[in-house]
Write a protein that binds this ligand. Sequence first.
Ligand SMILES: *Cc1c(COP(=O)(O)O)cnc(C)c1O
Length: 492
Amino acid sequence: MPEETAPDPLALLEADTTLAAAEPILALVAQYFADTRAGDGPVSTWHSAEVIADRLVEPLPRRSRPLADVARRLSSQLLQDVNRLAHPMYIGHQVSAPLPAAVWTDALISALNQSQAVREMSPSFTPLEHQVIEWMTDLVGWDDRAGGTMTSGGTEATLTALLAARSRAIPDVWTNGVGASPPVLLCGEHAHYAVSRAAGEMGLGLSRVLAIPSDGFRMSVPALREQLQSLRERGISVMAVVATAGCTATGAFDDLNAVADLCDEFADERGPLWLHVDAAHGGGALLSPTHRHRLDGLARAQSLAWDPHKTLLLPLAAGMLLVKDERVLETAFAQQAPYLFTPTGDARGWDMGPRSFQCSRRSDVLKLWVVFQRYGANALGALYDRLCRMARALYDQLDGHPSFRALHEPESNILCFAWYPDGVADADRDDLTNRLRERYNRSGRGWITATTLNGRRVLRITVMNARTDVMHIEALVRGLEAEAQQVLKHPA
Ligand SMILES: *Cc1c(COP(=O)(O)O)cnc(C)c1O
């Protein structure tokens, strides 16, 4: 066989730089939007991970092939088994059917590949991040001392906020650590695991996280008061109180004013207790005249986690940490890195790196800016309302239903509901509920989630797709009814 001459790698790269070369990949995106618009076809896959993994086994590709070939393989080997979040019957996890303008912008962000950590590496988008954060802190109602940073999501935002709170509570922590009996963190029992994970990461230990019981699905204010009183009597100091605005399981909002009142009342020598609000999910309510009131009291917090990749419908990743006083972020990470960051003295520090857990960081702020420019904050608020109305539509449809019952009134776009098949004991419902969800999701009709509430498995929807309409909610109920009959007919 004649020796093949290896293609010039640079020529390969150059061949891929044109719009025509990109077309096979971009066409997959447009095709996906078009296919899911009609709402037919399966929402997800019924293949197991093993079946898909087997299909992908091949040696490392050593030779090049045209981008169009790669796009074809991508389409035939992988795309048929994705979760189609843009399909109106996907009403599952808290991941959005992303806004198209943001999807296209992702390619530009990658092409430019500016790194947000350092102003000199991102001369245009570092100031842009400051501007967008200012819009967001204005929405909260904070003044020009406020600031923040984009993050990978709510988990990082909450860790960063609690690092700042840790610095306030233990000023020499960066050098000397947390010591033998660090202060405690308080949060609702339904708080996201980001809070306890942060406690582990920060070296506080999970035993220093005290979960406050719920009242409905909100943090109980009397129980919080009782705990704060007891800690005061025992001389144990509090690093932060974490409230949740849009709780993961049920979408419930804690009463922020009531929690902030307690943070004032139990102030210590450093001032009011640090209030962190985890609004990773519910932050979008700030843009909605109808739902904004659920965040009343938010401006009294020290810090706020808000994920635009949740209810502002951005693609992953776009998270945000906002703080009432930007300087607290500089104490959260007391890191010196003269090879990267410009020492500023008293001048405004444009570098984002000193305020952020990450070093190299994508300019995710650009897609947020594009979305505000393209759709406007009012339309985004209207979309938030629409998502919430769909959860309400399911709540209304289940009213009086013979076997499905809503477990709470929806406060956002999340609703938990339970299946009560005739004559089935409570203890047997968990298994049936799991089987119903699995059967429904594998049927391709739609896709929903499940969670555990008060010790029982229950069904759960999160509406994260602007295309989901009342007719789809009706189809969900019909689909569950049909699959429920099958589950009862075919005992495991
Ligand atoms: C989703 C969510 C988180 C975690 O955010 P990530 O973006 O997944 O890191 C934290 N808290 C709440 C309330 C959430 O809904």
